[in-house]
Design a protein around this ligand. Structure first.
Ligand code: RIB
Ligand code: CA
Length: 307
């Protein structure tokens, strides 16, 4: 049994990653902590609670930080929809998160069971950075941190060099990458290469016919338009779900152990992950950077969990 805590800025692709974990009999989700990112915090909390309810799960959802560490929140409703869930009319209001602060829960969860629980981050790293500031020893207590973030060997999706999770809160990303945690980074390049769905592939996924499959495809309505018009992809892509697949089964990923840093500031390189592929910085490697995941292997893992 794998134990994990998931930190998410719950929008349409995050929700699919949550479904994958919540419906995997070999995974125990200790808690879901929510951070502002794709949508404001309150909306991300409602989206996470809706998804947990859909999966008939009792995993607690905790509200975290409502803004990046040193910046105002720049959210991405144009990518995922005003509600973050494709604007398909879901009732995403009125659910109540568990009492308590996400950052406190994150610290307490990992310190209570050192080395036993994985951390999966599928949003900006604000909560994680705050937890590490509060308790630096948490870095040594996390079994492995699987981070959806960065461009890897590819390009940015908010700017030419900025991938959203690192761009939204680059200071948090920099702090986390320097924390000493065991880390695996699944960049947006992996989603572009192995987790896009054109209309036929989306239809195949939806034809699984379960409420989970229909939900996971239908909430991508706005993301699909954005992908076709803005990011020149054949349809919506699933960065968070493919990161979750790697977290569930690391053997599906080829990786390269490299030194990775993040550019802060407000220039053109804001949030860019600087990967020392040629080992020219003299810094010790700190991140296992995923370089390849087979698309069919990912789709099979996703399909199994949507049935
Ligand atoms: O760049 C992709 C990431 O940004 C994903 O986590 C997506 O949900 C958005 O948060
Ligand atoms: Ca996300």
């Amino acid at each position: 049994m794998q134990h994990m805590l998931i930190d998410t800025d719950t929008a349409s692709d995050d929700a699919v990653a949550l479904v994958m974990a919540l419906r995997d009999p070999e995974v125990t989700v200790e808690a879901i902590t929510v951070v502002a990112g794709n949508v404001p915090l309150h909306q991300a909390v409602q989206n996470a609670l809706f998804t947990v309810e859909l999966c008939e799960s009792d995993v607690p959802v905790y509200a975290g930080l409502a803004a990046p560490m040193m910046r105002v929140l720049e959210s991405a409703e144009k990518v995922h929809g005003s509600d973050g869930m494709g604007e398909i009319g879901l009732d995403l209001t009125g659910r109540v998160p568990a009492p308590g602060r996400a950052v406190d829960v994150m610290v307490e969860t990992f310190l209570a069971d050192p080395g036993a629980i994985d951390l999966v981050t599928i949003g900006p790293l604000t909560n994680v950075a705050a937890a590490l500031l509060r308790a630096p020893e948490m870095a040594g207590a996390v079994k492995n941190c699987y981070i959806m973030g960065g461009t890897g060997a590819g390009t940015g999706n908010v700017t030419p060099l900025g991938e959203f999770n690192f761009w939204c809160d680059p200071e948090a990303a920099k702090l986390v990458l320097r924390s000493g945690m065991a880390m695996t980074m699944i960049g947006w390049d992996i989603s572009v290469a192995s987790a896009t769905f054109d209309p036929a592939q989306a239809g195949e996924l939806r034809s699984i016919g379960t409420p989970y499959a229909e939900f996971c495809v239908d909430i991508q309505a706005v993301l699909n338009d954005f992908a076709l018009k803005e990011t020149n992809l054949p349809g919506f892509d699933f960065p968070d779900p493919i990161a979750m697949a790697v977290a569930i089964d690391p053997s599906i990923a080829e990786t390269s152990h490299r030194f990775v840093d993040v550019e802060i500031g407000d220039g053109q390189a804001r949030g860019h992950d600087i990967v020392d592929w040629l080992e020219v910085t003299g810094h010790d490697p700190n991140v296992h950077v995923v370089t390849h995941v087979d698309r069919q292997v990912f789709v099979n893992m996703l399909t199994e969990r949507l049935r």
